[in-house]
Design a protein around this ligand. Structure first.
Ligand SMILES: Cc1ncc(COP(=O)(O)O)c(C=O)c1O
Length: 311
C-alpha cells in the first residue's frame, strides 16, 4: 500500500496531531468528526491549502458511504463512481491505496462507529485562483477522508419540490463533484418548509433527483425512477435497489417522468447511502400513506444489504 503524501501546496502535518475534532453542525448539535488529510489524521489545525482548487472553485469529486458496525458499505461501487466523476472532470485517476489508508485511519481512530457516514474527497489540489487548472498530475491531487457517527434514518420523510432545475446538459451532469452549492440552497429551502429533502426537476420539466438522493415513484404498481440522462446522479443505492427489487419479482422501470407525477403517484420513495430506501409521507402539501410497494422495496434492500457488505 502506498502511504506517500501527495504534493499539496506545502502544508506541514503536526506530529502527534489530535485524531478527532468536534465540528458544529447546522442542526444545532455537535458531532465528532474524524479527519484525515493527505496522509495524516488531523486535529482542528489548518490542514488544507487556501489555494486548493477544491476550495477556490469546487474542482473535485467525492463519495459518501454508509458505515455500519464500523465498516463501510459498497466500497467497490463507490470507488468506481469516484473514478467516473474524476474522469468526467478531466482529472487524473485517484490512488485508491491512498484513499484506503485514509479510510482505515479514520475508522481506526476511535471505537467502531455503529452507524455513520464515511466521506472521501479528491480535489485537483493547489491551483490558480480562477477556473483554469494548469497542469494537474496525479501527485498533485488532494485527498480528504472524514468519518462521523450519525442518527439512523427515520421511517419516512417529507420532500419539497424546489423552483430551481438540474441542468441535464451541464458539463458536470451526473458527476458527484464538490460543487454542491445548488444543493445547499435547495435543501435549506426544503428545510424551511418542514421537509428533509428537496426534489429537482430538470430543464425539460422532468422529475430528476433530490439534493442527496434519487427519487422513485410507484405508478400502477410499477416502481419507476428517472434514467441517467435526466441529469440525476446514478446513486449506488438506486442501482442496488433497482437490481434487488427486480430480482425479487417487483416490476421496475427507468424512464422519463413529468415532474408533476409527484402529484399523482401512488407511492414515492427516495434512496441514498445513509437512508437506504426511505418512504416519502408528503410531497409539498400532498400527504401520502405508507405504501406496500415501498415497504417491500425497503425490506428487500435491508435483507440483501445485510448479506453482503460490498455488493
Ligand atoms: C445529487 C445526488 N443524487 C443522488 C444521491 C444518492 O446516491 P447514493 O445512493 O450513491 O448515496 C446523492 C448522494 O449523496 C447525491 O448527492
Amino acid at each position: 500500500m502506498r502511504l506517500g503524501v501527495p504534493r499539496n501546496g506545502g502544508f506541514r502535518p503536526r506530529v502527534g496531531a489530535v485524531t478527532e475534532t468536534a465540528a458544529t453542525v447546522w442542526e444545532g448539535g455537535s458531532v465528532t468528526v474524524r479527519v484525515w488529510v493527505n496522509g495524516h489524521l488531523r486535529g482542528d489545525e489548518a490542514s488544507l491549502s487556501a489555494l486548493d482548487h477544491g476550495v477556490t472553485v469546487g474542482d473535485g469529486a467525492f463519495e459518501t458511504l454508509k458505515i455500519v458496525d464500523g465498516r463501510p458499505f459498497a466500497t467497490t461501487r463507490h470507488a468506481r463512481r469516484l473514478d467516473r466523476s474524476l474522469t468526467g472532470l478531466g482529472l487524473p485517476a485517484a490512488d485508491h491505496d491512498v484513499i484506503a489508508s485514509g479510510v482505515s485511519a479514520v475508522l481506526g481512530a476511535g471505537p467502531p462507529i455503529p452507524f455513520g457516514r464515511l466521506r472521501y474527497t479528491v480535489t485537483a489540489g493547489v491551483g490558480p485562483l480562477g477556473s483554469d487548472r494548469g497542469a494537474t498530475d496525479s501527485s498533485g491531487l488532494t485527498y480528504l477522508v472524514t468519518a462521523a457517527e450519525q442518527a439512523r434514518p427515520p421511517e419516512s420523510g417529507k420532500v419539497v419540490v424546489v423552483p430551481w432545475t438540474r441542468n441535464e446538459r451541464a458539463a458536470t451532469a451526473g458527476l458527484k463533484t464538490t460543487s454542491y452549492a445548488d444543493n445547499v440552497v435547495a435543501l435549506a429551502y426544503a428545510k424551511a418548509r418542514g421537509a428533509s429533502e428537496a426534489i429537482f426537476g430538470n430543464t425539460r420539466g422532468e422529475l430528476c433527483e433530490g439534493t442527496g438522493s434519487n427519487v422513485f415513484v410507484v405508478i400502477d404498481g410499477v416502481i419507476v425512477t428517472p434514467p441517467a440522462d435526466s441529469g440525476a446522479l446514478e446513486g449506488i443505492t438506486r442501482g442496488l435497489a433497482l437490481e434487488w427489487c427486480r430480482e425479487d419479482g417487483l416490476a421496475v422501470d427507468e424512464r422519463a417522468l413529468p415532474l408533476d407525477v409527484l402529484e399523482t403517484a401512488e407511492e414515492v420513495f427516495i434512496t441514498s447511502s445513509t437512508r437506504d430506501v426511505l418512504a416519502v409521507h408528503a410531497v409539498d402539501d400532498r400527504e401520502l400513506a405508507p405504501g406496500p410497494v415501498t415497504s417491500r422495496a425497503a425490506k428487500v434492500f435491508a435483507a440483501r444489504a445485510s448479506e453482503d457488505l460490498d455488493p
